[in-house]
Design a protein around this ligand. Sequence first.
Ligand SMILES: [Mg+2]
Ligand SMILES: [Zn+2]
Length: 179
Amino acid sequence: MSNQKYIILDRDGVINVDLFDYVTKPIDFKFEEGSLDALSLLSENNFNIVVATNQACISLGLASKDEIDKVNSHMKQKVKEHGSKILHIEVCPHKPEDDCECRKPRTGLLHQAEKTLGINLAGSYFVGDKFSDVQCALAHKCKPLLVKTGYGEITLKNHDTSQAQVFENLLSATKFICQ
Ligand SMILES: [Mg+2]
Ligand SMILES: [Zn+2]
């Protein structure tokens, strides 16, 4: 398993359109343009896809864990129908005040994925749209890629993103990775 390649993806604003609100129902889950093709390209290039997503809506009582699981199952099914596969999804259900170890920019989600899968994610690419994704990637010795979709443009405006490579969207980031 040591020669396996892994890539970590944020969900909202990377794989699907960030509604600037929570996606609590499958019907509200819209793939970003080209993201299904991006996931297929990753699979064709033997990347194992791990999703790490903050979903404070659970702790805030706006959605149940079960509802978020349903949204993620819907995503997985659509990705499967498109010829790709999401290996694993880690969800932080907490809000910032919960001060948990898993909410990005903290790295608990990556540690949990490593423990569950028996892998090491250091050195892997990590694609996100928020500064917290970039910080999480760097803290875990992953390679941060920032996409301009979702909060990406806002992130570029408000933070020093010089340590991340910037791409229009997941598909262009993926093409770079797989070139
Ligand atoms: Mg995001
Ligand atoms: Zn958490």
